[in-house]
Design a protein around this ligand. Structure first.
Ligand SMILES: [Zn+2]
Length: 485
């Protein structure tokens, strides 16, 4: 055969292989759509040459619908959010090192505006919402290593369930602001976006959730804390103290959201998705309670609302979720899609024709209102959910079946548990099965090794707890013996 012939043969062979592959692909798609009980997740995530797992098809339980009574976007009061930020900016600066006594200028002026707004909301809540001003001392290099006195403001909506009322879901913004020099209490620091926006979101969540009837009964099972803290710019002083305060009060943290720089969305084509940052944690395989909280928020609010970023925070930046995250708690950060650094941490001025400063005119209340709604709805559903399962374990290595086990306290309002799984390369969970009781469930013909597994609680009202990843028993593989002499 001449070279030309060889080439034709090669081309033909390649075409035949391609045809064969596309036939196999078509056969696979057909099998996936026809196979009874085939899990949707594996249909989209598994490659076409992998065996179905389990072979007989995964169970496909009918999921309970999510709780009715979603927080409607039109119920967000953008006007009040705008008014609060305007009042905060009117305090000139809210640097933590500025005055706490002057009603017209400084951090104390900011505190007063928030207390007034929370109190008005509390009045409308029929006395359910409690306003607390928490005074404390703290020290950091950014206080000149001298103790200073500062204050946080909280509004607390107590949970209705005797046990779950000790579980706290927190939304927080920081009301302190800063000019270019973080030690300068004299310079103006309007802080409209950083973090007037997060403060307004936390306060608006208090209004939305303390008024709206949850589940037709007007209450949530767990307690919700709407926080506005100070000292963020001096080194996360307010949120570090908040973590101590929460522990002293005997609460368990069910989830902590910090909203920081959530007020602007300047790129064309908005409103865009808000970013939700969550750290990996220190669990093997890069999972963490923070990551589970981020997934829960995305599932509640939708992928068109939330952009999950699998990173603890933006590079070189920090936020009030960090002390909670470092304590191993589920804590995430909400931040606008693309930040403009000329409008953050800058003393107002114009230089070379560029305007610097964190002014109200750059805010976008369509976007900020979306963020408020997304926070409120996620808090609502999480505070309606049963407690997350504990002690979630994966066993069954080197056997044909994975076994998942977990514990949970008695709860008459719980329907059961969803066992979740995902490919190790997937970002999101799928529901594998639903079971009513805690204990052990055998996942027949499912390898322990090809997926991650988690469990979450499901209320009769359809509210889900955050997922708890299963921890596997780990055996050290046999290593080579010392070389023979
Ligand atoms: Zn900030």
């Amino acid at each position: 055969m001449n070279r030309f012939g060889i080439r034709i043969e090669r081309v033909f062979k390649r075409a035949a292989i391609l045809a064969g592959l596309s036939f196999l692909g078509a056969a696979f798609v057909g099998a996936q759509t026809r196979a009874p009980g085939a899990a949707k997740s594996s249909a989209t995530s598994a490659g076409p040459r992998d065996p179905a797992e389990p072979l007989a098809g995964a169970p496909h339980p009918q999921p309970l619908p999510r709780p009715a009574g979603r927080v409607a976007r039109q119920s967000v009061d953008e006007k009040s959010m705008r008014a609060l930020i305007h009042e905060l900016v009117g305090c000139g600066t809210r640097l933590t090192l500025s005055s706490w006594d002057d009603p017209k200028r400084g951090a104390g002026c900011g505190r007063d505006k928030i207390v007034a707004r929370f109190s008005a909301i509390a009045k409308d809540s029929g006395g359910k919402l409690q306003v607390v001003v928490d005074k404390f001392d703290s020290t950091s290099p950014r206080t000149g290593d001298k103790p200073i006195s500062l204050e946080n403001v909280y509004a607390i909506l107590p949970g209705s369930d005797e046990k779950l009322a000790k579980t706290l879901f927190i939304v927080s913004g920081h009301f302190d602001s800063r000019p270019s020099n973080v030690m300068d209490p004299e310079a103006d620091a309007p802080g409209a976006d950083d973090d007037g926006s997060g403060t307004a979101v936390s306060v608006e969540c208090a209004r939305l959730l303390s008024r709206a009837g949850a589940n037709g009964k007007g209450s949530y099972r767990a307690t919700i804390l709407f926080a506005t803290v100070s000292g963020e710019e001096q080194g996360l002083l307010g949120s570090s103290h908040l973590l101590d305060w929460v522990k002293q009060q005997g609460y368990t943290v069910g989830g902590m959201f910090t909203d920081d720089i959530v007020g602007a969305d300047t790129a064309p084509g908005g409103p865009h998705r808000v970013r939700v940052f969550s750290g990996n944690g220190e669990i093997e395989d890069a999972d963490s309670p923070a990551r589970e909280l981020a997934r829960a928020i995305e599932e509640i609010d939708g992928r068109s609302a939330i952009r999950m970023i699998f990173r603890q925070d933006r590079y070189g930046r920090g936020g009030d979720h960090y002390p909670f995250y470092k304590a191993g708690l589920p804590a995430v950060r909400f931040t606008e899609p693309l930040e403009d650094y000329n409008h953050q941490h800058q003393t107002p001025r114009t230089e070379n024709g560029i305007e610097y400063g964190d002014f109200e005119k750059y805010l976008n209340f369509t976007f900020m209102g979306d963020v408020a709604r997304d926070n409120a709805e996620a808090l609502r559903q999480l505070a309606l959910a049963p407690a997350a399962p504990t002690n979630v374990k994966l066993t069954g290595a080197v056997t044909p079946d994975a076994k998942v086990s977990w514990s949970a306290d008695d709860d008459a309002e719980r329907a059961g548990f969803e066992i979740l799984w995902r490919e190790t390369t997937e970002a999101r969970w799928s529901v594998f099965d639903f079971v009513e009781k805690a204990g052990q469930t055998v996942l027949k013909d499912v390898s322990t090794d090809n997926h991650f597994f988690a469990v979450r609680s499901v209320g009769k009202n359809g509210a889900r707890s955050i997922a708890v990843i299963s921890e596997a028993e780990r055996r050290a593989p046999p290593l080579p013996s010392a070389p023979k002499q």
